[in-house]
Design a binder for this molecule. Sequence first.
Ligand SMILES: *Cc1c(COP(=O)(O)O)cnc(C)c1O
Length: 409
Amino acid sequence: MTLLNQNYLKLPGSYLFSEIAKKVAAFKAAHPDKSVISLGIGDVSAPLAPAVVEALQKASLEMGSADTFRGYGPEQGYAFLREAILQNDYTARGINLSADEIFVSDGAKSDVANFQELFSPSCVVAVQNPVYPVYVDTNVMAGRTGPFANGAFAGLVYLPCTQQNAFTPDLPHTRADLVYLCSPNNPTGAALTREQLTRWVNWAKANHAVILFDSAYEAFISQPDVPHSIYEIPGAQEVAVEFRSFSKTAGFTGTRCAYTVVPKALQVQDDAGQNYSLNALWLRRQTTKFNGVPYIVQRAAEAVYSPAGKAQTRQAVQTYMQNAQVILSALQNAGLTAYGGVNAPYIWLKTPNGLDSWAFFDKLLSEACVVGTPGVGFGACGEGFFRLTAFNTPQLTQQAAGRIAALTF
Ligand SMILES: *Cc1c(COP(=O)(O)O)cnc(C)c1O
């Protein structure tokens, strides 16, 4: 008899974004005359940069010609892209890595989801609360948790991110072997400072823990005391894996390219106390289960690092961050307290008058025709908060902001 992986049955059924879509569809059906604007999307709205499109076109033509056609590419990604990543994102910041510590992939989501395979089912996992659900759900699927009850999975260590700690997690008080840190953060928009990240790296070293560092929003950092890479912290190469993506940086959400850095200095023990390199194991895993990113897409990603590509993608990021400022001042005008929007395209607002996250969702939709995301959907500590994103167009963001500023609570 074929038995299910029953860990899948622990996952709560109703998914946050389908619940939101249902409510929005019902509202639109009841009010066909009203225009609804979404500040809930976690997807970009600006098109690919001209330098990227040019590279895609050129590479496509190469694929159609016998003398420049390419089949399967090198396992970790083409050298031209890994060298561009190394030079621009690491060497230029004084970080000493090598190209064979960089793994090109089709997404940070899949990498961050898959990386836990390298660790024992007995590892204790810690996550921020609120949290990007991928970290939690993939560990549930792998059997590292008990059942879900009262907004939490048994066996997971939740690190509360609240107003009291400025939405940056305190070090765990109990054992944790694997810690997922997302900075700048989705959903709260908070970013870890050099000092805070140094404390995490030192804690991981002292406790033989591994940090899985998701910096998908690195390009949005504006404050000088926020590191762009965890490897800016001394010793981090011995304890941390870093996940980066072209999705939000360069509008690649539909084009698909990302990369993961697994330093050779990062070693994990087996139960006999022998050390193994995670770099070698991740290569083993990827060569078995993954066949690489299309050549044309890797050329497109390379073009993000050309002088024109840098200027053009920078422009798109700046436009989103201007949207964030527009939203923040509208919230201020409405008398609301809000966080984020400085190092990330996310704004995390405190719901007023003790409204819960979903009640605020209903009020915003019915009174302003604006859609956002209830904070509680990201974890119990998100209750009483609400996420708005800066990813819509400037025009629609301005319009939504005008409606929000006119609200009374
Ligand atoms: C958008 C996002 C990513 C990027 O995922 P891709 O698969 O590269 O598109 C990774 N982590 C977080 C927290 C994100 O919000």
